[in-house]
Design a protein around this ligand. Structure first.
Ligand code: PSU
Ligand code: MN
Length: 307
């Protein structure tokens, strides 16, 4: 078979894309590999609702039985959130899942690819993958970073997950020419906490400024993606010293158990959930919601500015 990939959309998403209304893509790995049932389903539905409240349309991306979906019904989200043996898809295996008629959740990298195919330019998630601690030994660097370099989609996150090596992740993004913009503060946020102790490369304070920056990047050509680093709301943050102690424990457990490759991020997130007695999940949900709202506001500004 050759030709283009058929995308299945809900009527809501199809209508918005046709009309040029703001649409925000959402990943599904966070649902299947990032959070336990039923909190994962609740998160996914709440995030979609938050995007609608801001005047945009949510499009959750997933591969179901070999079909690429941009926009899932509530029933489909509920089913995916409980499904077993779902693949975790990145650039390397996205086409594999389509060709082999598998069911797979899209990571940041694969969601960016799907968003570009569907014509969606803004995407909200929790935290991107990045350079893992100890990457000088393991070579474990997320394909999310190369995708940000090549695929023109704005990714709104709460920074890189604090389980990663944030300074190395920032270096890798700079090398790849990816703008990293902290929203409303000078410091790079660190997922569960607002502060990482590192200066963000760039700072913007409102969605309209982000839209202006994006239009200028497009005009310049060959622009790739950009990362918006949106700090978790103060009321929901787990402060850095508290979270860092748990991260150390989770990382030691991963090494002791020989966890490698694609399993590392889901394992660490699961351990964090246990170590924080569920607090990490509450914070994770709060920051995804916060990112979804900002992504929607950026999507609204982008469509207005290009009219
Ligand atoms: N952020 C979360 N939970 C997650 C992820 C991000 O809050 O589960 C997922 C994203 O899909 C991201 C992936 O793309 O983890 C990174 O995995 P890896 O480190 O294996 O590239
Ligand atoms: Mn990895």
């Amino acid at each position: 078979m050759s030709g283009s990939i058929q995308i299945e959309s809900t009527p809501e998403v199809a209508d918005a894309l046709t009309a040029g209304h703001p649409v925000v893509a959402l990943e599904s790995t966070i649902i299947t590999h990032g959070m336990p049932w039923p909190g994962n389903r609740d998160m996914a539905l709440e995030v979609e609702a938050a995007i609608r409240t801001e005047g945009a349309v949510p499009a959750t991306i997933a591969v179901i039985d070999g079909r690429l979906h941009a926009g899932l019904s509530q029933a489909a989200i509920t089913e995916l959130a409980q499904a077993k043996d779902v693949m975790k898809l990145s650039r390397a295996d996205f086409a594999f899942a389509l060709a082999e008629r598998r069911t797979g959740a899209t990571t940041v990298a694969a969601t960016m690819m799907a968003a570009q195919l569907a014509g969606i330019s803004v995407f909200a998630t929790g935290g991107i993958g990045g350079v893992h601690r100890g990457a000088e030994e393991s070579f474990d660097i997320s394909a999310d970073l190369d995708e940000l370099a090549r695929t023109p989609v704005i990714v709104v996150s709460a920074g890189a997950k604090a389980i990663l090596d944030i300074p190395k992740t920032l270096e890798a993004l700079e090398t790849r020419g990816v703008p990293v913009v902290a929203f409303g503060q000078d410091e790079m946020p660190a997922f569960w906490s607002r502060n990482s102790g590192l200066a963000a490369p760039l700072r913007l304070d409102d969605p309209a400024a982000i839209a202006r920056f994006e239009h200028t990047r497009r005009a310049l050509g060959g622009h790739g993606g950009m990362l918006i680093a949106n700090p978790v709301p103060e009321a929901d943050e787990i402060e850095a010293p508290v979270i860092n102690a748990h991260i150390e424990t989770a990382l030691r457990r991963a090494i002791d158990k020989g966890i490698e490759g694609k399993a590392v991020t889901p394992f660490l997130l699961g351990e964090m959930l246990e170590l924080t007695n569920g607090e990490s999940l509450k914070t994770n949900i709060a920051l995804v919601l916060n990112n979804a709202r900002l992504a929607a506001r950026i999507a609204v500004e982008l469509t207005q500015a290009s009219d």
